[in-house]
Design a protein around this ligand. Structure first.
Ligand code: BES
Ligand code: MN
Ligand code: MN
Length: 471
């Protein structure tokens, strides 16, 4: 029987799957929590582990890149073919915090396989999705008989994504020459669900702030003074309550001014997805939908900007009673942004809106923490067609399109490198990103390996950036 390249890829996967999963489990055992300063050494160990594994995979260059924060990993494997496109794969090796006490069934940093699922913090977000490229690349070489990839392949895996990528922009500018690429592939998003393979075509941006409100110099008696001085906890509640109008639109003047509205084609593509509200609510662990009037649930999370109260606290919350006007209260607010909106402008609008609502006698401090800008894949880009074909071969199904409500630094990559952003991911909403019992579906991980194995050859054939530049 003559073998098609796809069956060569699949039998290569069969042979190497066990070792691949064992390696991934080793990486998942490293608790690379970027938010926890006590884990900085673990984030470093994770970077070094990955760089070593990439060298073992065959990358002639695999380096740990220092930043002013936690280290990233860069790897590069030139194709050797004149005119081959250069592709940069982006992911992150840091993870969200996790502890068994949060309600996990197993230890988050002790990977466990149950049936076709691998459970561990980072299994889906994002170590599993970075790691599928290693086996994918080797399968690409095995199936094509090549000794180097069909494209010039670069990998950039940062260590601070879950902390808002505070040093990523500076790293990109510092290393712009070595990072130069014709297209960026982000492997940090997911698909519609287990049975509906999709390609993501955009992510929202985010900017978030803490608002500190100070009233009296200390907690004071609410009988002697309350009702005659402003209460910062009341101000916090007023701010939280005023964020949305009755239609659940964000009630900050100018907030929607630059929003790029969905096109009819995009609304149609969203509507083709098999959306089941009850099932969606189960995954959302929520008990009802709510959002901006005039938009579907998918439009609300993928293509509309939002304001969210992440936390609000202040005053007495202990047992019994303490009748006071509290000295201070606080809010953490985040704003998801969509294409067209600019981070700096939104921050300014939010700041002005808050300051105008602070009564005399209360002092406010507003500190913006971080930001990621929104990004969109151009729907007619040839590299998107290659991605869809590669996913189609892996899944043997039609590939539909989604976007993501979440955020990442992809737009910074696009801007600094002057390259379009595409997404290749196989995670599904039930994977539990940032939640308890995070897992990855091993069957889908395998599809990710396969799609990665097909993508580079397809791009080399159909995406000729030099020719594209010429017209
Ligand atoms: N991989 C996620 C982004 C994501 C979320 C993709 C949901 C697909 C579905 C990324 O690691 C993430 O969590 N981003 C944060 C950014 C924040 C920490 C600045 C987010 O979206 O909250
Ligand atoms: Mn991620
Ligand atoms: Mn994440």
């Amino acid at each position: 029987m003559t073998k098609t390249p796809d069956s060569v890829v699949r039998s290569y996967l069969d042979q190497h799957q066990a070792a691949f999963l064992a390696d991934l489990a080793d990486w998942l055992r490293i608790p690379s929590v970027s938010a926890d300063p006590d884990r900085a050494q673990d984030v470093r160990r994770s970077a070094e582990w990955l760089a070593a594994k990439l060298r073992e995979t065959g990358f002639p260059v695999a380096e740990v890149w220092e930043t002013d924060g936690l280290p990233a990993v860069f790897a590069e494997w030139p194709s050797g073919e004149p005119g081959a496109p250069t592709v940069l794969v982006y992911g992150h090796h840091d993870v969200q915090p996790a502890a068994k006490e949060d309600g996990w069934d197993t230890e988050p940093f002790e990977p466990v396989t149950v049936g076709d699922r691998l459970y561990a913090r980072g299994a889906a977000d994002d170590k599993g999705q970075v790691f599928f490229h290693t086996l994918g690349l080797r399968a690409h070489l095995a199936a094509t008989g090549r000794t180097a990839p069909a494209v010039n392949l670069k990998l950039l895996v940062e260590g601070e994504e879950e902390s808002g990528s505070p040093n990523f922009g500076a790293l990109l500018r510092r290393e712009a020459d070595r990072l130069a690429a014709d297209a960026v592939f982000v492997s940090d998003t997911g698909m519609w669900n287990e049975t509906t393979p999709t390609v993501c075509t955009g992510m929202r941006g985010i900017t978030d702030c803490q608002v500190d409100l100070y009233g009296p110099d200390s907690d004071i008696h609410s009988g002697s003074f309350g009702g005659a001085v402003p209460n910062p906890a009341t101000v916090a509640a007023e701010l939280a309550a005023a964020l949305h109008d009755a239609e659940r639109r964000v009630d900050i003047p100018g907030f929607y001014d630059d929003v790029i509205e969905l096109t009819e084609r995009e609304r149609e593509l969203f509507a083709r997805l098999p959306f089941d509200e009850e099932q969606w609510l189960r995954v959302a662990k929520s008990h009802g939908t709510q959002g901006e009037a005039g938009y579907s649930t998918l439009e609300r999370i993928w293509a509309r900007p939002t304001a969210e109260v992440n936390g609000v606290w202040g005053g007495y919350t202990g047992p019994g009673r303490k009748t006071i006007v509290p000295a201070e209260a606080h809010l953490k607010l985040s704003f998801r942004l969509v294409a067209g909106q600019r981070v700096e402008k939104i921050q300014q609008l939010v700041r002005e809106w808050i300051e105008a609502r602070i009564p005399a006698g209360v002092r406010s401090e507003i500190v913006f923490k971080g930001a990621s800008r929104p990004c969109l894949t151009p729907l007619d880009h040839p590299a998107l067609q290659s991605t869809v074909r590669a996913m189609g071969r892996a899944f043997g199904q039609e590939i539909l399109f989604t976007r993501e409500g979440g955020s990442g630094p992809a737009a910074d990559l696009a801007e600094v490198l002057g390259a379009p952003v595409l997404f290749l991911g196989i995670s599904v909403p039930s994977d539990g990103w940032h939640s308890i019992n995070e897992k990855v579906e091993i069957g889908l991980l395998r599809k990710g390996v396969e799609a990665s194995a097909y993508l580079w050859g397809d791009l080399a054939e159909h995406f000729r950036p030099a020719a594209a530049d010429a017209n």
